[in-house]
Design a protein. Sequence first.
Length: 144
Amino acid sequence: MPSPKAIEDAHKTLFEEGIKIRRDVAGDSYVDHSLARHSSDFSRPLQDIVTEVGWGWIWTRPGLDRKQRSLINLGMLCALNRSTELGVHVRGALRNGLSEVEIREALLQVGGYCGLPAAIEGFRVAEKAIEDYKKEEGSIKSKL
């Protein structure tokens, strides 16, 4: 049986790798805001698990690149009608190299397989996320 220290070290490693990927995909501003917003004793453990498991364990696995993982996430989040997370992952998909056409086609695919209401909501969320991303990228470029 592993020692408590070995388990703690494993958690720490996954968290550290997860926070790097989370920042790469979602952006520092979003991650900082999310961690600050969910820093209470009640919600902080969920942020730790999201970072460690979702980003540190799943996103570091071999077999798929970040662009592929983003595309899968878009379909799942749209199909499940998880609008807030869909918006985050649309930004991440753009940061991971997906084009607007690829995002659009993924959401259309959801409409065909999961229903048009899911796609309609997905398009609403994605279009706003894309517009916000372009504004943010434009303001960053203008500061350089």
